[in-house]
Design a protein around this ligand. Structure first.
Ligand code: UN1
Length: 507
């Protein structure tokens, strides 16, 4: 299994810093990557010091000056080739995601597929970076918008999607003409280095080294330097609300732009008319998939009182049947949490929930074996319990009951996060109510689908403390460019807008 490290070019690993080429002895601290299923070290890498970081940024800003002038479809061609290279490495990179992040194999591969999908999307987009033509009030004038590359941008990603979220940003940024510096999570350095190897091969072969750069950090420092750095016009950051608040504040202080994809506290409402077979599978995947470590993980379940007992019983049976184990073994649905601190946080949340009147209906404990395994957990709770309002990155599902849909939607919207949401219903009136302006207040609202597992074609992100950013599909590309409004006077007079007169006296 560890041959995969060799196949991905990680055999003589040392540096976690890459500008146009690898910086051979970066002088930051060392970080060790562990397999969360065994707690065994996989490899160690050296991270960036401030001097290394400055080298990377200087290179990224300098390469930007030529990359921005390459026609967008030609930039898209490089991303097309990146998509092919990722297809070739899909199984290996997917396995590495499994080894380092602990996701089950199908999810590890799914993550690489998400990168491939992003490349395909960005290739098409490279011929579609279009602006509007706008009617002007002045005769013989023409007004239009055009979009230009923004600059070198910073990409901060989290451990739970160690490669896909980079691709959401990188594929778009590259076709938009930006260069980029990636600071991955210190917990998943190897997947980032493996991606960087693939990127280097493709971009260098095309004569464009240094478009995508990597800057590993042994703590928060590189992220903080990026947030404060006026050389980076945009910082795209994925992670907790706490992290996002700090990045957002620092970037705002220098009037830079930030694109934030932060915590979720996603709920599913099951109405009286819900197809319970459909809902059961959806809830299990949304609440337990990725061991509860997606920002889109379902954390709250609202059951209509008429179906509550029946559904809870089926849910417990389904939880009991789920195979927990090494994520690379077939049939396993639940791998480990990322590290022991995550286990501690989960157990503390379970304790807090029970202390405040919650009742554990299933699970709630650590599993005694190597690695960081826990039982998937169902807790009967009340919506006003403070712990229900917090995002605990673990497979804890809080179950609540309701009588009217209005009441369910009110409870659903009562948390400070606003990422993803779902309703299960067979009634048009209920789904329309959920999708109306007074329905779900989230960036993602689904009907008869769980909260997680969005496709890349839609804009991904959420409201309130989720940060407001939109990444991946739709028109998310606009965040990576600067808009220019252009007005051309093709006539021989100078009419002023709003009918203003400013006639100079005859000379
Ligand atoms: C995240 O957890 O940060 O919709 C992203 C989903 C995935 C992305 C999750 N496509 O669950």
């Amino acid at each position: 299994m560890h041959d995969v490290l060799n196949r991905l070019g990680l055999q003589s690993l040392n540096s976690g810093v890459c500008s146009s080429s690898w910086i051979s002895n970066p002088s930051g601290g060392e970080i060790v990557s562990y397999n969360p299923a065994t707690s065994e070290p996989l490899a160690s890498v050296m991270t960036a010091s401030r001097a290394d970081y400055d080298r990377v940024i200087e290179q990224a800003t300098s390469v930007f000056r030529s990359w921005r002038n390459i026609p967008a479809p030609a930039r898209g061609e490089v991303i097309r080739q990146l998509g092919i290279a990722l297809r070739e490495k899909k199984d290996d990179l997917g396995l590495l995601v499994t080894l380092e992040a602990g996701k089950v194999l199908s999810e590890g591969r799914g993550e690489v597929q998400e990168m491939i999908d992003m490349c395909d999307f960005a290739v098409g987009l490279s011929r579609q970076l279009h602006g509007l033509t706008i009617a002007t009030e002045r005769s013989q004038h023409r007004m239009f918008e055009q979009w230009h590359p923004l600059g070198a941008i910073g990409i901060i990603t989290a451990f739970n999607f160690p490669v896909a979220v980079w691709a959401w940003n990188a594929a778009l940024a590259a076709v938009c003409g930006d260069t980029m510096i990636w600071k991955p999570s210190p917990v998943t350095p190897l997947t980032a280095i493996a991606v960087q190897h693939i990127v280097n091969e493709v971009f260098t072969r095309n004569g464009f080294p240094g478009i995508c750069q990597l800057c590993l950090s042994d703590g928060p420092c590189v992220g903080e330097w990026m947030a404060a750095d006026p050389r980076l016009p945009l910082i795209s950051a994925t992670g907790s609300c706490k992290m996002g608040r700090s990045v957002g504040e620092t970037v705002a202080r220098r009037l830079g732009r930030s694109l934030l994809e932060l915590g979720g506290n996603n709920g599913i409402i099951l109405t009286e008319s819900a197809d319970l077979d459909l809902a059961l599978r959806a809830v299990c995947f949304a609440a337990v998939g990725t061991t509860g470590q997606r920002c889109t993980t379902q954390r709250r379940l609202f059951l209509h009182t008429s179906i509550a007992d029946r559904f809870i019983e089926r849910l417990i049976r389904a939880y009991r049947s789920m195979k927990i184990g090494n994520p690379w073994e077939s049939g396993v649905l639940l791998g480990p949490l990322i590290n022991s601190a995550a286990v501690d946080r989960m157990l503390a949340a379970v304790q807090t929930a029970t202390d405040s009147g919650g009742e554990v209906l299933y699970g709630g404990r650590r599993i005694e074996r190597p690695g960081h395994f826990v039982e998937p957990t169902i807790i009967r709770a009340r919506s006003e319990m403070p712990i229900v309002h917090e995002e605990t990155f673990a497979p804890i599902l809080y179950v609540m009951t309701y009588r009217s849909l209005d009441e369910a939607i009110e409870q659903h919207n009562s948390v400070s996060q606003g990422l993803s949401s779902s309703i299960f219903t067979d009634r048009l009136t209920e789904s329309e109510r959920f999708l109306s302006a007074s329905g779900s207040d989230c960036g993602i609202a689904n009907v008869n689908i769980g909260t997680s597992g969005a496709e890349i074609g839609g804009a991904f992100g959420g409201e309130k403390e989720t940060g407001g950013g939109r990444e991946a599909g739709s028109d998310a590309w606009k965040a990576y460019m600067r808009r220019q409004t252009c007005t051309i006077n093709g006539g021989g007079t100078l009419p002023l807008a709003q009918g203003v007169e400013f006639d100079l006296p005859e000379a």
